[in-house]
Ligand binder design. Structure first.
Ligand SMILES: [Zn+2]
Length: 110
């Protein structure tokens, strides 16, 4: 991995953290408790609850991805950055740029 490639991955990690934090703020608003007073009718409230559980799942996923990206922001400074945590083979740079939160090669991730 060249220092230019590393800088590109670092940039992807930082912008990824920024984006996911914005997503989390939005999703936290969407998953706020639903007040019964706000519902027009029973169906509306059921719909609200359904979309809330979808958004809760998205929120949990986003929080997980944020943790992974924050880990990568720390790991990128380490000497063994870019090595698969499972098999210790180097992860292709293209994969790290495409999916900066990945700490496994395609084989081990699959
Ligand atoms: Zn691997």
């Amino acid at each position: 991995m060249t220092s230019e490639e590393k800088a590109e991955i670092k940039l992807k990690i930082i912008s990824g953290i920024d984006e996911i934090k914005k997503d989390i703020v939005q999703l936290e608003k969407l998953t706020a408790p639903i007040s019964p007073d706000n519902a027009i009718g029973r169906i509306t409230r059921m719909e609200a609850i359904n979309s809330r559980s979808v958004n809760e799942a998205r929120l949990n996923q986003s929080k997980l991805k944020l943790r992974q990206l924050e880990n990568m922001a720390i790991n990128i400074e380490k000497a063994d950055f870019g090595l698969c945590v499972v098999c210790k083979q180097s992860i292709p740079v293209e994969r790290l740029i495409w999916l900066p939160e990945s700490d496994r090669c395609v084989k081990c991730a699959g």
